[in-house]
Design a protein around this ligand. Sequence first.
Ligand code: APR
Length: 242
Amino acid sequence: MKISDETIDRVKSAGSVVFFSGAGISAESGIPIFRGKDGIWNKLKPEELANFDAFLRNPQMVWEWYEHRKKIILESKPNSAHLAIAEMQNFISNVIVITQNIDNLHKRAGSKIVYELHGNIERNYCIKCHTMYNREIEFIDGIPKCKCGGLIRPDIVWFGEFLPQDQFNASEKASGECDVFFIIGTSAVVYPAASLIYTAKAGKAYLIEVNIESTEISHIVNESYFGQAGEVLPEILEKIKN
Ligand code: APR
């Protein structure tokens, strides 16, 4: 993949670079994406699995699904795209990751500033007393209960729920102030997360998309690289290092 001089000059001279990522950046780690030909939502219904009412109606089923995804995620590891972004911290003064993913792979790759817009599958909390639980939850009849007796749920933002305000506010600030805004592996159809692309555009950011196909926002970016994130990001890193 040919990386343009414009991309390299922009990244090298940037005061701050934001990497906005979606499920596509973790596809090469073996974690299924949501939309497109092999998307999760082609086979399963988000309204049955990823919303609070569905959880109250059938917590066992929702938990079974998240435990299945957690198993895949815990067996996966950061791929060359996550690792390249983490290594760019050594060459760019301010690197910020804003992710829609719940798989923790950016942090495991070594990225230090990671805003998680949709939560993290390794965290859970009680819906009654809001006690946080990490991995140490025990299941009784397929449902984990808090010591207060309340139901424990995954710390994941479901459809129709608010994003964590601190993460979103910090993400909006970073997007509006950055010099380069990468959009990696996202269909850019879920809001308010996707609004950050427009916040960046309204600021001074140079927008660079990395995706295997064109998306809803391909027409507003400055450059698009149509390829696997695991190939494009390491190539950009190599050019920056030299
Ligand atoms: N490299 C780059 N892009 C890729 C790759 C790859 N190897 N593989 C797939 N893609 C692209 C697809 O072309 C698609 O545009 O990644 C994108 C994945 O889109 P979605 O599956 O819609 O995932 P995402 O955009 O993260 O979804 C947003 O929707 O279901 C909710 O909360 C969930 O955070 C998720 C949100």
